[in-house]
Design a protein around this ligand. Sequence first.
Ligand code: FO1
Length: 319
Amino acid sequence: MAVMQKSVLALSGGVGGAKLALGLADSVAAGQLHVLANTGDDFKHLGLHISPDIDTLLYTLSGKSNESLGWGLADETWTVMAALEQLQGETWFRLGDNDLATHLWRTAQLADGVSLLDVTGKLAAQLGIVSHIHPMCEELVSTTVHSEGRDLAFQHYFVREQCKPAVTGFSFDGIDQASPNPEVMMLLASEALSAIVVCPSNPFVSIDPILQIPRMWTALRDCAAPLVLVSPIVSGMAIKGPAAKMMVELGMPVTALGVAQHYCDLYPDLLDYFVIDETDAKLVDEIAKLGVNVAIAPTVMTSRDDKKRLARFILDLVE
Ligand code: FO1
């Protein structure tokens, strides 16, 4: 009798999350990885609908990502940006020539009434991806970064101002009217999942928007599959991006314990396992006091083997 293959659901933002998603895609049976992607970074730019985290996942899972930039496509050309600069157009957010095709096509499809879920599915199929990438919702949810005395749209904070303003908080405009991705809600209610993995993405601007979609985090908590979260903070630093800087500015301890505290405070009983890096082993007892099972592994993912090793570790942990 054939044994039913169970699936894994990963929650992810951009670069850090996509690395573990790739390791998971390599480690589960073909088509058994589902990725729930943050779309709180999505915005309209030059008339185009940009979905940065979905695109980072698409390009990473298809092996086409630009690893030195951390976004966009490898072997990119920039002719359109150069021409736009001549016109004194907006070039602070750089769209490569090949990447532009993705945004143009997505925007046209959305205008024709196709859902973001289906557009993403078609893009994934074109790129030969067998994993399933699900936008967290269909509605536009816009992250606002609150800084001292002013509010900034997320990409203005992140790209135009290079994360320099000190943050005091975040809000996700439109989130209360958003509906959680129905396919993911069905997966959570089924017995099809063997694990839920929260990738080492930024807690505040990548994972919180996903969890704060109405009914989302409670559905994750109530799902029978164990939930494993990988700390994005290692040895007091974020591997990539502004998470550590944000924690300092928010007055939080910049440690894996600070990350665990954040999730336990906002989402009680959500975490079953919290994976910390081996360099943070000294924090085990303090984190365990929060009522979470702590596991220790090498979590820094440089090579493809590192990604697979961490994915394997997580899958073995929940087995
Ligand atoms: N990040 C940058 O730092 N500079 C850019 O010019 C830039 C352009 C860009 C274009 C398309 C895309 O999908 C992503 C892009 N990103 C850029 C990355 C992105 O905005 C951020 O890394 C994420 O929003 C944070 O997860």
